[in-house]
Design a protein around this ligand. Structure first.
Ligand SMILES: *Cc1c(COP(=O)(O)O)cnc(C)c1O
Length: 432
């Protein structure tokens, strides 16, 4: 696409944008009566206008039915709270590219990672090691480390981290493939983010999973799992077809499910007939016999069998309506607009030589987010953007992350970033 740095051009793209009506379904925060340029959907997505009503429906059910809410089909979903998770499944499955039986909304991301590691990390005498990416999200590192210790192993000898080749911080898929080949005989697990939270790099999950499968062919299985915190609702996923073993995500970023929103898990169909070990709770018990309360855990079929506790219905109500919006917009259409929006931001940033892009230039290796390395006056620039009503986030010591999201951001938003940058650097010159 050919871009132009003008307000008219940006407004024309917005006028031609088939997803433009989705913006009106969100509350856009304001500053001084003007909508903010909110580029922080990678951290906390905005509130859908239907959120309040969705909460009120469940509050009404609680008010009017009390405990009967668990058994009485609700007005919102036609499901009693007992099977409320069912009302999220079709949309979740569509968004991650799975069968409905392979997904289940539950808990929070790190909690789910612990549950999944209990099931998928089985060190044996010969195979103990976990392959992961260096500098991945800290919570994931802590989870891996503690699982290794729980098995009586030492993290330093057990966790293999693939680091970037150079200071650009990017990981080459070929480096991951080489590491897989080198360690195939000692690996018990592969775990990594699908899209790096810091650099914004999107990894080729299909190719990586395929390489793992090739190494498994004549050997024992090496399960591969992905942290999709920054990938879900951001890029199209085909977890089932790629043959990913398991995954988890959070829903408060690109899925707009609200602060601390319900997470979810994916467990590939090929594992549904195996009685994988797990940290069980009554909510994962076969639904038809859960209330028999008999000893001896019998898991519900599919991903549902990883549930542990009574779900938070209020959070689930927000999850349900926000999933609906993303599923309705459709990931293919969202991705198309996202590439244009983020491509426009790359174009707008190009003249500013003090700003270096950490995120790959290749649109296939990134999602919405661009990570800007600003070694000179980065914090001051970030503060200037904030004062101008442009909301991104700041990562010490020198990184600004901006994520235009296709559901509610406009091309005009992106154009405004360029205006604010021009102003900042002009002020700098005049001040000097
Ligand atoms: C946001 C994020 C998390 C958050 O984990 P929670 O358990 O939801 O707090 C985990 N991993 C990655 C990669 C993230 O970006």
């Amino acid at each position: 696409m050919m871009y132009e740095n003008s307000l008219d051009f940006a407004r024309q793209l917005d006028a031609d944008d088939p997803l433009r009506p989705f913006r009106d379904r969100f509350h856009i925060p304001e500053q001084g009566g003007k909508p903010l340029v909110y580029l922080c959907g990678n951290s906390l997505g905005l509130q859908p206008k239907t959120a309040r009503e969705a909460l009120e429906q469940e509050l009404d059910t609680w008010q009017n039915l009390g405990v009967e809410g668990w058994f009485h089909p609700s007005e919102s979903t036609g499901q009693p709270w007992l099977s409320y998770h069912e009302s999220c499944k079709a949309d979740l499955a569509q968004i991650v590219g799975a069968e409905p039986s392979e997904v289940c909304p539950m808990n929070a991301l790190t909690v789910n990672l612990h549950l999944l590691l209990a099931s998928f990390y089985h060190p044996t005498e010969k195979r103990t090691k976990i392959l992961t990416i260096k500098g991945d999200f800290p919570s994931d590192q802590y989870a891996l480390e503690t699982h290794v210790r729980h098995r009586g192993l030492n993290p330093a000898d057990t966790i293999i981290e693939i680091g970037p080749r150079s200071i650009d911080g990017l990981i080459h898929v070929t480096d991951i493939q080489h590491a897989l080949a080198e360690h195939a005989d000692e690996l018990a697990l592969v775990w990594m983010s699908g899209l790096n939270y810091y650099t914004g790099q999107l990894y080729n999950m299909a190719a990586i999973t395929d390489t793992v499968r090739q190494h498994c062919r004549f050997r024992e299985d090496i399960p591969i799992g992905f942290d999709l915190a920054h990938a879900i609702g951001n890029v199209p996923l085909r977890l089932h077809d790629w043959g990913v073993d398991f995954a988890t995500w959070c829903s408060y970023k690109y899925l707009n499910g609200g602060p601390g929103a319900v997470s979810g898990v994916f467990v590939h169909e090929k594992h549904h007939d195996q009685l994988l070990p797990r940290l069980a709770g009554w909510w994962g018990y076969r639904e038809d016999e859960r209330f028999a309360m008999t000893p001896g855990f019998v898991p519900a079929p599919g991903a549902d069998g990883w549930q542990v506790s009574t779900p938070n219905i209020l959070a689930m109500a927000l999850h349900r309506i926000s999933l609906r919006i993303t599923a309705e917009a459709d990931m293919t259409a969202l991705r198309q607009k996202s590439q244009q929006l983020t491509g426009f931001l790359v174009y707008i940033l190009a003249p500013f030589t003090d700003i270096q892009l950490l995120t790959p230039d290749d649109p296939n290796q990134r999602g919405c987010q661009l990570s800007l390395l600003v070694r000179k006056n980065g914090k001051a620039l970030f503060q200037h953007l904030t004062e101008q009503g442009i909301i991104g986030d700041w990562r010490e010591p020198d990184c600004i992350r901006l994520a235009p999201t296709p559901l509610y951001n406009t091309f005009e938003d992106v154009w405004r970033v360029g205006e604010a940058l021009t102003q900042f650097y002009r002020m700098g010159k005049e001040g000097a």
